[in-house]
Design a protein around this ligand. Structure first.
Ligand code: B1M
Length: 232
């Protein structure tokens, strides 16, 4: 049983526990986050709700204070590490749907960018929806993406960027695909906090995905569209 001062997580009601998890995520307390996730699951919370309401909710607060100069890189790294602890528990549960393989996605964060939480979340949700996911990690060059697409015989390329300075690299990847005559072989989906629909269109992606749930829905739509046009 883990305690923080007087607080015993299992004695809190759901609302108090989620608030406490926001504080624990903010303080980068990985063990407490893991315990909180397990308690919510024991209370029959759906894994998706634990993810979005407790973990992503907490990270939104961290993000705002990072932006406002209240938190700095070391603290945010600790928060990210705590979030990953929670995500690790949820991952197999989100993937447990046993859905048939719907398609294969290669996903990675673009060159120069080391943010991976959002990308990991997208990968987890895609797996949960029955997609096979090949995660290339962070800091990916054009070559890394293109080699993986070919090697894995993927249907979808997913690219993530969290910095305004790295998001233009997505266009470099898509332009190279066009040059090599392979652009139409893949569905290209992009996402990340600084992007928007307009940017997605401007760089020639098939779609911009606001969040992980939208990424799953969009991927399903595009795969169905591709199958329909192949059978037409
Ligand atoms: Co960084 N950082 N960071 N950071 N960091 C941001 C992005 C920033 C907005 C913070 C701020 O100022 N408010 C800012 C960018 C400003 C800008 O570009 N205009 C910023 C900065 C400046 C930096 C550094 C430059 C700071 C520095 O060193 N001075 C540096 C950059 C290093 C580099 O990459 N070269 C840096 C470093 C870091 C940490 C290492 C400390 C850490 C990353 C840890 C990690 O990822 N392992 C970090 C973090 C955690 C953040 C914030 C606080 C949180 C990001 C996050 O994980 N969000 C972030 C502030 C913010 O975004 N509010 C910030 C939670 C995650 C679930 O959301 O990633 O948006 P998100 O993903 C969503 C959607 O966007 C979408 O679905 C996800 C799930 O719903 N999505 C996709 C994402 N990728 C997708 C791909 C798809 C589809 C959908 O493909 C199909």
């Amino acid at each position: 049983m883990s305690e923080e001062g007087d607080i015993i997580l299992s004695e809190l009601d759901d609302e108090e526990l989620v608030q406490q998890m926001f504080d624990d995520l903010y303080d980068g307390l990985k063990e407490e986050i893991e315990e909180g996730v397990n308690i919510l699951l024991e209370r029959n919370w759906a894994p998706y709700d634990v993810l979005t309401k407790a973990l992503v909710g907490g990270m939104t607060i961290v993000g705002a204070d990072f932006r406002d100069g209240i938190l700095f890189v070391p603290e945010v790294l600790l928060a990210a590490n705590a979030m990953k602890g929670g995500m690790f528990i949820l991952k197999p549960l989100l993937a447990e749907t046993g859905a048939p393989r719907v398609g294969k996605m290669v996903i990675g964060t673009v060159k120069g960018d080391i943010h991976d939480i959002g990308k990991n979340l997208v990968g987890m949700m895609m797996e949960g929806a029955g997609f096979e996911v090949v995660d290339l990690g962070i800091n990916n060059s054009v070559d890394a993406y293109l080699e993986a697409l070919e090697k894995e015989d993927a249907d979808i390329l997913g690219m993530s960027a969290l910095l305004t300075t790295t998001m233009p690299y997505m266009k470099v990847v898509i332009d190279t695909m066009i040059e090599q005559g392979i652009r139409e072989n893949y569905i290209v989906l992009v996402g990340g906090a600084p992007l928007n629909e307009e940017f997605g269109k401007a760089i020639g992606a098939d779609a911009y995905c606001r969040d992980a749930a939208v990424a799953v829905e969009t991927a399903k739509e595009w795969v169905a569209r591709k199958h329909n046009s192949a059978n037409a």
